[in-house]
Design a protein around this ligand. Structure first.
Ligand SMILES: Nc1ncnc2c1ncn2[C@@H]1O[C@H](COP(=O)(O)OP(=O)(O)OP(=O)(O)O)[C@@H](O)[C@H]1O
Ligand SMILES: [Mg+2]
Length: 261
């Protein structure tokens, strides 16, 4: 991987290992349904944290809060020392630039070429010169193994290829944090490995902080520094993957793992 495609470490002051993400007493309700209940957790810069837990336990909600697609009802969220909630629109726009997300559905712009999908936000949001954006996009496409698809449209790509473009598009913004929500679960089984390989590569060779929801437990074991087990909007167990996957303390974690493994 060529280093000029990667986020600039100079722009990543927190990577020295300090706390990058902090949620304090975060509560999120949908009507009468309390989805997150006074949740506290933090993620240190450069770490890879995987969220596991049963359907409906609040994993996606946490990522959506960090993407500011949702607002909490109570609590505070900070990223790199800056408030994300509560915060002014201006503060939110600033902090949002530090965070990239890849969803289960790839959400590429169907009417744009692959290259344009990747250059669009760096040019319009970050004000990056077009030449530089194109240069970096090509480097990123190379990294995800799709250099030859720059001029294709999303509909001409397989699901796995589209997802690798979506990863490149997220990285093009040089995020400090990459949020990944079940990014392989909409893919045909034979396409999963290629996408996970790209993510392993990113985890190994960059200092991007990763917050990842996945049912791919081998992948989680490989890349995670920490695994958080959620149940009903609370973290019921946390620890390094060797611990959580091999000798979990809670019955609920054991049950969940035996159901998914
Ligand atoms: N926009 C919404 N409106 C109402 N309820 C919602 C909304 N989004 C999520 N919920 C509810 O919040 C709870 C947590 O949902 P969330 O999507 O965070 O779960 P999850 O852990 O990601 O589950 P899964 O593993 O199925 O993706 C669920 O009970 C869900 O029904
Ligand atoms: Mg989810």
């Amino acid at each position: 991987m060529s280093t000029d495609t990667l986020p600039d470490p100079e722009k990543n002051p927190a990577r020295s290992g300090g706390e990058l993400i902090r949620l304090e007493q975060v509560t999120k309700r949908f009507g009468a349904n309390t989805v997150l209940d006074h949740l506290d957790f933090s993620v240190d810069a450069g770490k890879h944290v995987t969220l596991i837990g049963p359907s409906g336990s609040g994993k996606t909600t946490i990522l959506r809060l960090l993407m500011t697609l949702l607002k909490p009802d109570e609590g505070t969220i900070t990223v790199d020392g800056q408030m994300l909630f509560p915060a002014s629109d201006k503060e939110v726009r600033e902090v949002r630039k530090k965070i990239g997300m890849v969803f289960q559905q790839f959400n590429l712009f169907p009417n744009m070429t692959v290259l344009r999908n990747i250059t669009e936000a760096p040019v319009t949001v970050l004000g990056m010169p077009k030449d530089e954006a194109v240069e970096r996009a090509k480097g990123l496409l190379d990294m995800v193994g799709l250099a030859e698809k720059a001029d294709a449209h999303p509909a001409q790509l397989s699901g796995g290829q589209q997802q690798r473009v979506a990863i490149a598009r997220a990285l093009a913004m040089r995020p400090q944090v990459l949020l990944l929500d079940e990014v392989t679960s909409a893919l045909d089984p034979e396409l999963v490995a290629g996408v996970l390989d790209v993510l392993r590569d990113i985890a190994r060779s960059t200092d991007i902080t990763m917050l990842c929801v996945t049912h791919e437990m081998n992948f989680a074991r490989d890349i995670s520094d920490q695994v958080l087990m959620f149940d009903s909007g609370r973290i019921i167990e946390a620890g390094p993957p060797e611990k959580i996957f091999s000798e979990p303390e809670k019955d609920r974690t054991r049950e969940f793992l035996s159901a998914v493994l």
